[in-house]
Design a protein around this ligand. Structure first.
Ligand code: AMP
Ligand code: MN
Ligand code: ZN
Length: 833
C-alpha cells in the first residue's frame, strides 16, 4: 500500500499545477491525454505490484488472516476495491454485483464479471480506436505513406463460388480492413476450414514414429481391398471394418502412443549444471521466412539436445485464430520464424519437435500445443513447461516476466503480448519483444531444474512431476469450436440473463446468425457481434432496424451491412408467444428442458405447436421442448406458406446447421473413445451430443437401415465361411456354363492353386444382365446346398443371382459410406503441402 502512495508522488510531475492552464485541461488535474495516461499507468502498475506483494493464499495468508487487525484491514480494503470496480462496471453498462456478499455469487462468479467487463471495455476501446482512425466512418483503410492501396478487398474469404446457402450468393461485401494489415488468410495455400465439423489432424508424415501413421498412401491402398484374394463380400466386410478404424484414427492424437511410451533419459532426472544464456548483443538472431532457411533451422535443431519455443497468435480477425510467429532459441542462436509465410512448410520441424531425445522448453504451453496442431500440424514429444515447474515449486507467481526477473534479473515488457502479430514487416520493437520470450528460457529451465532437485531433497520426484504435467499438456488435442443446438445456452448461462421466450428466441437466432457469418467471413464472433451487444439486442428486441444499430456502439461493420437480416430475426422472435421462463442459473439450468409436466404452452394449446414439438426424449436422455428451446421450431412447421418472411429467413439461417456432420460420417455412431464421449468436459462430448440431436425419425430410419445391412453382412459372412467351398464350386460351374464352347478359358482356382478366387467380373456382368428381367429378392436367405444337385448351377436357378445381388446391395451401402469418408480433409487435399 505504501508503494502506491510513493508512485502517486512520483507521478505528480504529470499533474497540471498551473492554474492559468485549467481551462485547457483535458480533464481536471491533467493538461493532456498523455499526462493522464502516464499517471494512470503509474498508478495501475503500483497497485499491481502492491497486490503481488500481499501474502499468498494457501501459505502465509492463512497465518496473517488469524490476526483480527489484518482481517479487518483486508475486509475494508476489499470492500473499497469492490465498490470502485462496481462503479466502473456500472459506468460501462456491465452487470456489477461485485459487493454482493451472497454465497451464490462466489469468487468465481465475480471473476467472470471482471472478465466480461474487461471484454466489454477492451472491445469499446478497440472499436473507438478504429473509429478515431476514421476506419469505420469513412471505410477507408489507413495506409503508410507510399503504400499502394489494394483495389477492393472482398470479405468473403472462404466463400465457395456459387455457394448459395443463405440465398445471398450474389452479394459480396466491400469490407475494407481495419488498419493496414493484409489478411494473411488470403495467402494461405490451404484454405482455412471453418466448417462446423470436427478437426482432423493436419499430419501426413510422422517422423520419430513408434506406431506408424495411417498415412494417405496406405489409406488409399486400403480404400478398396479388391486386390486381396478374397471374395468381394469379404473384401467389403474388411473394408467396412477398416473404415471404422480410420474414423477412430482420424480423431486420435497422432503421437498419443509415443507420448504414452515416453521414457525420459536418466540425465534429465539429475541435478543439472546451469548454463548461462549468451548476452543478447552477442547472440545471432535470424528472421526465417523461406523454406531454405527453415530447412537449415531444422538441421540445427535436430543436432541440439534442447531448445526453447514460443508462439504469437492473433484471434480477432479470424474465426479459429492464426499463429503468426514462432520463436525458437538454442543455447547459441535465436530464430524468429514467420509462421504466416511458412504455414504450409513448418511441418518439417516435426523431426526435431517429436524427437524424444530433444527437450523442448515452453512457458505455459497449453495454448501453444493447440495452435501448433491447428495451424502447422506440429506435435511435441518431450516437453518441459517452465510454468508447470514454477507451480510445482510454489514460486507464488508463475508468469514468464516473474521468472525472468527472478533468474535473469531482466525486466520484460509485456506490452506487445496483445499486439497485432499479423503486421509485416514486423516492427523492430515487436521483433525484440518476441525474441526475449525464448532467449533466456533455456537458462530458466536449468535454474528451475536445480531448484526442483534441491526442493525435492536431491530426489528426482519433483522433476518427474513437472515432466509428467508437461506430457499431459503435449497430449492435449486441438478441438474446433462446434456449433450445437444448445451452444447459445452455454453463453447465456455465463451471462445469467433472465430472458422471456421472445428474448430467448432472439438470442438463439442471433447466436446462430453470428456463428454462421463468423465462419463464412473468417472473423471472430467477437468481431461480428460482441456478446454484450447481442445480449442488448435480445433484451430490447428493437422494432426497427435503427433500434438494432442503437444497441451497438460503435456498430460492428457486419451488423451495419446485415441490419435488415438481423431485423427479420428480431421480428421472428417477437412473433413468439410471450411467456416468462424461470431461470435458476447455477442449479437447474435446464429447468425448461427437464420439466415436461410444466410445458411452456398450456397443455391444450396446440395452436403453435406441431406434434414433434411436444416434449420428447432424445437419445441422450434429455427431454426438450422444441418449440421454445430447440432451434428446429421453424422447420417443424409443415407448411412453409404459413410462415412469415421473418420466420422463413430465420428458418434458413437455422437450417444451415441441421446436420453438419452427416456427410462426413459412415454411420450414426462416432468412433471415439468412450471416455471422451461421456466426459462432458470434452468437445467430443459436444459433438456426439450434436449428432445425437438429429431428428428421432431420421435416426430410427438409419438405425433400421444399418441393422438390415448388418444382418445381411452377418448372414453373408457366416454363409461365406460355412459355404466357401460350395461358392467356389458354384462360381466355377456357372462360369463354365457361360463359356461358349469352352473357348477362352478363365483362370480358376483349381489351376492356380489359389483357394479363394477373385470375383469374376464377367460372371457378375452376365448375372446382372440376366437379372434385369427377374425381380430382385429382397431378403437374403442362404441356400441349402445339401439338398441340391450341382446340375442346378447351370445358370437358370436364381440363387447365384441372389448371392450376387446381396453382394451388390451390401457394396452399394458401403460405398456410400466410403464416399463420405473420402471427402474428409484427412484423406485428400494434402497436395498443397
Ligand atoms: P505469450 O506466450 O505470452 O507470448 O503469448 C502468446 C499469445 O497468447 C499472444 O500472442 C496472444 O495472442 C495470446 N495472449 C497472451 N496473453 C494474453 C492475454 N492476457 N489475453 C489474451 N491473449 C493473450
Ligand atoms: Mn507463449
Ligand atoms: Zn510469446
Amino acid at each position: 500500500m505504501d508503494s502506491s502512495n510513493s508512485t502517486k508522488q512520483n507521478n505528480n510531475q504529470f499533474l497540471n499545477e498551473d492554474p492559468a492552464d485549467v481551462d485547457n485541461e483535458f480533464c481536471p488535474g491533467f493538461k493532456d491525454v498523455d499526462a493522464f495516461v502516464k499517471y494512470g499507468l503509474g498508478t495501475v502498475v503500483a497497485a499491481t505490484k502492491a497486490s503481488a506483494s500481499l501474502p499468498q493464499v494457501g501459505d502465509e495468508y492463512d497465518l496473517y488472516r488469524s490476526f483480527p487487525g489484518f482481517q479487518e484491514f483486508c475486509e475494508t480494503q476489499g470492500d473499497g476495491l469492490l465498490h470502485c470496480m462496481s462503479q466502473i462496471m456500472h459506468h460501462h453498462g456491465c452487470r456489477a454485483h461485485m459487493r454482493d456478499r451472497n454465497k451464490l455469487t462466489g469468487l468465481e462468479e465475480r471473476f467472470d464479471l471482471v472478465v466480461d467487463s474487461n471484454d466489454v471495455i477492451l472491445e469499446k476501446v478497440g472499436i473507438l480506436l478504429d473509429d478515431a482512425a476514421g476506419v469505420n466512418r469513412s471505410q477507408q483503410p489507413v495506409m503508410p505513406a507510399g503504400f499502394q492501396p489494394p483495389k477492393i478487398v472482398v470479405s468473403s474469404w472462404n466463400r465457395k463460388g456459387g455457394d448459395s446457402g443463405s440465398g445471398r450468393s450474389s452479394e459480396t461485401f466491400r469490407l475494407l480492413q481495419a488498419k493496414n494489415v493484409t489478411r494473411p488468410q488470403l495467402k494461405f495455400l490451404e484454405k482455412v476450414d471453418n466448417s462446423n465439423t470436427p478437426f482432423t489432424p493436419k499430419i501426413f508424415v510422422k517422423p520419430n514414429a513408434i506406431k506408424p501413421l495411417p498415412s494417405c498412401k496406405s489409406l488409399r491402398s486400403r480404400q478398396r481391398p479388391e486386390d486381396l484374394d478374397v471374395p468381394a463380400a469379404l473384401a467389403d466386410f474388411i473394408h467396412q471394418q477398416r473404415t471404422q478404424e480410420h474414423v477412430e484414427d482420424m480423431f486420435a492424437h497422432p503421437y498419443q502412443y509415443e507420448l504414452d511410451h515416453l521414457a525420459l533419459p536418466e540425465n534429465l532426472l539429475s541435478k543439472p549444471e546451469p548454463q548461462m544464456y549468451k548476452p543478447l548483443a552477442e547472440t545471432k538472431c535470424s528472421f526465417i521466412d523461406n523454406l531454405e532457411d527453415l530447412v537449415a533451422v531444422n538441421e540445427k535443431l535436430t543436432k541440439t539436445s534442447e531448445f526453447a519455443v514460443d508462439l504469437e497468435h492473433h484471434s480477432y480477425r479470424s474465426f479459429l485464430g492464426i499463429t503468426c510467429l514462432m520463436q525458437i532459441s538454442t543455447r547459441d542462436e535465436d530464430f524468429i520464424i514467420d509462421t504466416l509465410e511458412l504455414r504450409s512448410e513448418l511441418y518439417i520441424l516435426n523431426e526435431a519437435f517429436t524427437d524424444p531425445a530433444i527437450v523442448k522448453v515452453f512457458h505455459g504451453a497449453d495454448s501453444d500445443i493447440e495452435w501448433l496442431q491447428k495451424d502447422l500440424g506440429l506435435y511435441i514429444v518431450n516437453m518441459f513447461d517452465t510454468h508447470q515447474a514454477s507451480r510445482t515449486l510454489n514460486l507464488g507467481r508463475h508468469s514468464l516476466d516473474h521468472l525472468l526477473k527472478l533468474f535473469c534479473n531482466v525486466d520484460s515488457d509485456k506490452r506487445y503480448q496483445l499486439a497485432d502479430w499479423r503486421i509485416r514487416p514486423l516492427p523492430d520493437e515487436m521483433f525484440q519483444y518476441a525474441r526475449a520470450d525464448t532467449h533466456y528460457l533455456l537458462y530458466v529451465y536449468d535454474r528451475l531444474r536445480v531448484d526442483l532437485w534441491e526442493v525435492g531433497n536431491g530426489q528426482p520426484a519433483l522433476l518427474q512431476m513437472v515432466w509428467h504435467k508437461s506430457k499431459d499438456i503435449s497430449v492435449k488435442k486441438y478441438m474446433k469450436p462446434l456449433f450445437t443446438e444448445d451452444s447459445y445456452m452455454d453463453l447465456l448461462r455465463k451471462q445469467k440473463k433472465a430472458f422471456n421466450t421472445q428474448q430467448l428466441t432472439a438470442f438463439r437466432l442471433l447466436y446462430s446468425w453470428r456463428d454462421k457469418l463468423a465462419r463464412q467471413e473468417d472473423e471472430s464472433t467477437g468481431y461480428v457481434l460482441p456478446n454484450h451487444m447481442m445480449i442488448k439486442i435480445s433484451d430490447i428486441l428493437p422494432k426497427e432496424p435503427q433500434g438494432i444499430i442503437a444497441c451497438c456502439n460503435p456498430v460492428p461493420p457486419l451488423v451495419r451491412q446485415q441490419v435488415n437480416e438481423l431485423h427479420l430475426l428480431v421480428q421472428q422472435a417477437r412473433e413468439m408467444p410471450l411467456l416468462k421462463v424461470r431461470h435458476a442459473w447455477g442449479h437447474a439450468i435446464h429447468w425448461f428442458f427437464l420439466q415436461p409436466e410444466i410445458p411452456l404452452f398450456g397443455p391444450h394449446d396446440t395452436s403453435r405447436v406441431s406434434e414433434s414439438d411436444f416434449p420428447s426424449f432424445t437419445p441422450n436422455g434429455k427431454i426438450y421442448l422444441k418449440s421454445i428451446v430447440n432451434i428446429n421450431s421453424v422447420d417443424t412447421v409443415k407448411d412453409p406458406g404459413h410462415l412469415t418472411v421473418a420466420q422463413q429467413k430465420a428458418g434458413r439461417v437455422v437450417e444451415s446447421f441441421q446436420n453438419p456432420f452427416r456427410m462426413y460420417l459412415p454411420s450414426n455412431d462416432i468412433h471415439i473413445s468412450k471416455n471422451a464421449k461421456f466426459d462432458p468436459s470434452t468437445k467430443i462430448y459436444e459433438i456426439s451430443k450434436r449428432w445425437k440431436l438429429q431428428s428421432v425419425e431420421q435416426q430410427q430410419k438409419e438405425v433400421e437401415a444399418k441393422k438390415k445391412v448388418k444382418e445381411e453382412a452377418k448372414a453373408l459372412t457366416h454363409y461365406i465361411q460355412s459355404h466357401l467351398f460350395d461358392i467356389i464350386l458354384c462360381l466355377h460351374f456357372h462360369q463354365e456354363s457361360l463359356k461358349p464352347g469352352g473357348k477362352k478359358r478363365e483362370r480358376v482356382a483349381s489351376e492356380t492353386g489359389e483357394s479363394t478366387p477373385k470375383p469374376n467380373k464377367k460372371l457378375m456382368k452376365a448375372a446382372e444382365k440376366k437379372n434385369e428381367d427377374s425381380t430382385p429378392p429382397l431378403v437374403f436367405k442362404p441356400y441349402d446346398y445339401s439338398q441340391s444337385d450341382f446340375k442346378v448351377f447351370a445358370g437358370t436357378q436364381p440363387h447365384v443371382f441372389m448371392f450376387y445381388l446381396t453382394l451388390k446391395n451390401a457394396k452399394a451401402q458401403k460405398s456410400n459410406a466410403c464416399a463420405g469418408n473420402r471427402s474428409m480433409s484427412f484423406f485428400g487435399g494434402k497436395s498443397v503441402r
